[in-house]
Ligand binder design. Sequence first.
Ligand SMILES: O=P(O)(O)OP(=O)(O)OP(=O)(O)OC[C@H]1O[C@@H](n2cnc3c(O)ncnc32)[C@H](O)[C@@H]1O
Ligand SMILES: [Mg+2]
Length: 199
Amino acid sequence: METIIFATKNKGKIKEINAILADMDVNVVSMEDAGITFDVVEDGNTFEENAMKKAVQIMEISKKITLSDDSGLEIDYMDKAPGIYSARFMGEETPYGQRFEAIFEKLSGAAEEQRTARFVSCIAAAFPDGRRLISYDTVEGIIGWEIKGKNGFGYDPIFYIPEKGKYMAELSPEEKNAISHRGKALRKMKGMLQKELVK
Ligand SMILES: O=P(O)(O)OP(=O)(O)OP(=O)(O)OC[C@H]1O[C@@H](n2cnc3c(O)ncnc32)[C@H](O)[C@@H]1O
Ligand SMILES: [Mg+2]
């Protein structure tokens, strides 16, 4: 069975990715489990550039097909910040609670229709033989007015999804994967990968 490395150090992503790829006929291994600790410098200007850089650099170390995810939260009222800088917004070590308060403060004058936001996920695949794949998807929502829910990770507790009447962090893992940026982008990638793996 083909081993595929997933180039991420984010435990929240790993859980979601394992669930989404569980039905694939491949052995998905995290970077940590593959013994790779290399830090990819995320200096691209887009989610696509950063995702491809992570996949290619870890593929070069592992010599195996490598997948990666570069993702983030775009808040329209903040000119799409934090965007590609979501992990580092206000500093990588800054607790999310502090980041939420700062975002609420920045949006304090924003009415509901001005609070639109989206999570973005870009999934890249790099094969040792040079093949490259990329997929991108989003989930739309609004920045809420309170911190709600215990599930998920990152900015999930302030991301309200009107269609669900819930914050992202209130969704079960299955519900989140069904609608999320990462769920959608990764299912597209799964389809593309399955075609490549039989070549
Ligand atoms: O680079 P890797 O090792 O994969 O892990 P990371 O956490 O640094 O990942 P990114 O560079 O892609 O930054 C994505 C950030 O965007 C946020 N984010 C992405 N997906 C999210 C989700 O599903 N729910 C909440 N926040 C999310 C969260 O702050 C992440 O740390
Ligand atoms: Mg990162």
